[in-house]
Design a protein around this ligand. Structure first.
Ligand SMILES: Nc1ncnc2c1ncn2[C@@H]1O[C@H](COP(=O)(O)OP(=O)(O)OP(=O)(O)O)[C@@H](O)[C@H]1O
Ligand SMILES: [Mg+2]
Length: 292
C-alpha cells in the first residue's frame, strides 16, 4: 500500500511537470480573433492511415504538425478523426479539451469552438478519451471545408483499419501518408492502405517508416522499398525520447530537438513543406472526380 502511494505520488508529480504546465488556449469562438475566414484560401488536407494499429500515426501527426508550425505558424492544424479512441490531444499535453471533435460531429458545437492553440503555433481539434457512443457513418467534409479556408495544411490523425470513421476521413483527404513499420503485419497493412487509396482515388504522398530499430528481425528497408513500390519519405528510428516526450505531452521535435527521431521528423516536415510549395505553384485542382 505504502509503495503504491509513493508510486502514485511520483507519477502525479511527473505528469504535473509535463502535461499540466503545457499552455494551450481557445483558438476560435465566433468572435475569436484567430478565426478569420479567408475566402480564397484552400488548404490541403493530409491524412495519415495504417491498417495496423499502433504503428506511429498519432506520433507522426503530432511531430509533423509541430515541425511545420515552426515555419507555418498558426497556419497548420492537426485534427483528431479517431472518434472512438482519441489520443492526439494527449500528445500535445491536452488532457481535457473543453470542446471536442465529437461535439462538432454531433452538432453540439461549431468547429471554430473546438480549435485550441498551442504556444508553438500549432492548432488542434482534439477528441475526448471518454467516448462510449456507437458511431455510425459520419461526414467530415463540411468541417474540413471550413478548416481549409483558414489553414494552409490540415493533418488528420485517423483510427487504424478501415472502419466507417476511417472511410469518412479517406473521403476528405487530398493526399495521404501511410505509416508503417519494418514488420510483416505492418507491411501487409500498408499494401491494404494502397488498395483503399486507389478505391477512393486519393493520391499517396508516400510512406513513413517508424520505430525502426535496426534489428535482425526487421525486414530490410531495401526489400520493403521493392515490395511497396512507393516512396519512403522518412525512416524514423525507435527512440526512447519519443516515449518520454509523449509522457510529457510535448512533441519530441520540441521536447528533444536533437534526438534521432526529432531530426528525422524535421526532415519529413521539410519534405512536406517543399511538396506544398510545388503543389501551390502548380495550382493543382484539389477536388478531383473521386468517389465520395
Ligand atoms: N519513434 C518512436 N520511438 C519509440 N517509440 C515510439 C516511436 N513512435 C511511436 N512510439 C511508441 O508507439 C506507441 C504507439 O504510437 P502511436 O500512438 O503514434 O501509434 P498509432 O498508429 O497512432 O496507434 P493507433 O493505431 O492505436 O492509433 C507510442 O505510444 C509510443 O510509445
Ligand atoms: Mg493513433
Amino acid at each position: 500500500m505504502h509503495i503504491l502511494c509513493i508510486f502514485l505520488g511520483i507519477t502525479i508529480t511527473f505528469l504535473n511537470m509535463g502535461f499540466v504546465t503545457q499552455k494551450y488556449g481557445p483558438g476560435g469562438g465566433k468572435r475569436g480573433e484567430l478565426w478569420r475566414i479567408e475566402m480564397k484560401k484552400k488548404g490541403v488536407v493530409l491524412g495519415t492511415f495504417s491498417a495496423k494499429g499502433g504503428v506511429g500515426k498519432t506520433t507522426t501527426v503530432a511531430n509533423l504538425g509541430a515541425s511545420i508550425a515552426q515555419k507555418l505558424r498558426n497556419r497548420v492544424i492537426v485534427v483528431e478523426t479517431n472518434m472512438t479512441a482519441s489520443n492526439l490531444g494527449l500528445h500535445l499535453g491536452i488532457l481535457d479539451p473543453p470542446v471536442v471533435i465529437q461535439d462538432v460531429i454531433f452538432g453540439k458545437n461549431k468547429i471554430e469552438e473546438a480549435i485550441l492553440t498551442t504556444e508553438y503555433g500549432l492548432h488542434i481539434v482534439a477528441g475526448t478519451v471518454a467516448f462510449t457512443e456507437e458511431l455510425g457513418s459520419i461526414n467530415l467534409m463540411p468541417i474540413l471545408d471550413l478548416l481549409r479556408k483558414r489553414y494552409d495544411l490540415i493533418i488528420l490523425d485517423s483510427a487504424p483499419g478501415f472502419a466507417l470513421e476511417v472511410i469518412a476521413s479517406m473521403r476528405c483527404v487530398d493526399e495521404l501518408l501511410v505509416v508503417c513499420q519494418l514488420q510483416v503485419p505492418a507491411i501487409a497493412g500498408t499494401l491494404q492502405s494502397f488498395r483503399f487509396a486507389e478505391k477512393y482515388k486519393v493520391p499517396v504522398l508516400g510512406v513513413v517508416m517508424t520505430q525502426v530499430m535496426g534489428k535482425r528481425f526487421e525486414i530490410p528497408l531495401s526489400e520493403v522499398r521493392k515490395t511497396l513500390k512507393w516512396p519512403i519519405l522518412a525512416v524514423i528510428p525507435e527512440d526512447d525520447m519519443v516515449k518520454e516526450s509523449i509522457t510529457r505531452g510535448i512533441p519530441v521535435v520540441l521536447y528533444a530537438p536533437e534526438s534521432s527521431a526529432a531530426v528525422e521528423y524535421r526532415k519529413l516536415a521539410q519534405l512536406v513543406l517543399n511538396h506544398l510549395k510545388i503543389r501551390k505553384k502548380r495550382g493543382k485542382a484539389r477536388t478531383r472526380g473521386r468517389k465520395r
